[in-house]
Ligand binder design. Structure first.
Ligand code: ZN
Length: 152
């Protein structure tokens, strides 16, 4: 007899599969289609807070101002503000492990975006490393239209 069968609790074993799709919204859609069609990364600027959010969001995270039409174009260059090595495989992950995920703050932006970092080892990667996006050759209509970032 296993321990959990004698414990004073109910155990329910099962598996859950949750495939889903969702509408990226007007702001998210423009962000992705601009990457896809123009190879440009857009953010939104809150003039009240003087902050530029990337990825763009519909409302300011600080003051809740509507930012839908406050687009700004960012430079295709930024710095790594944090990173990790993904060491397990999972269906939802964009690469086979191991690979690096980094938080990248584009020049001019106040918030970082998460993306894949390639072209450098974890041992060589440092906070502040200058990186640039490498755009995908074929679109998937997702954030993976930026295939990955790599050192400048
Ligand atoms: Zn604001």
């Amino acid at each position: 007899m296993k321990d959990f069968e004698t414990a004073d609790c109910l155990v329910v074993e099962g598996k859950l599969a949750l495939p889903y799709t969702y509408f990226a919204g007007k702001v998210g859609s423009k962000f992705i289609t601009t990457i896809r069609d123009q190879r440009k990364i857009l953010g939104v600027r809150c003039s009240r807070c003087d902050k530029i959010f990337v990825p763009p969001r519909q409302t300011c995270a600080i003051c809740m101002e509507d930012l839908r039409d406050h687009w700004v174009e960012l430079k295709n260059e930024g710095i790594v503000t944090n990173f990790t090595v993904v060491r397990y495989d999972d269906k939802h992950l964009p690469r086979k492990a191991p690979f690096m995920l980094a938080l990248i703050k584009l020049d001019g932006a106040d918030t970082p975006m998460a993306h894949i970092l390639e072209g450098i080892s974890p041992e060589e990667t440092k906070i502040g490393l200058k990186v640039k996006p490498v755009f995908a050759k074929e679109t998937t209509n997702t954030i993976l239209d930026i295939d990955h970032f790599e050192p400048v």
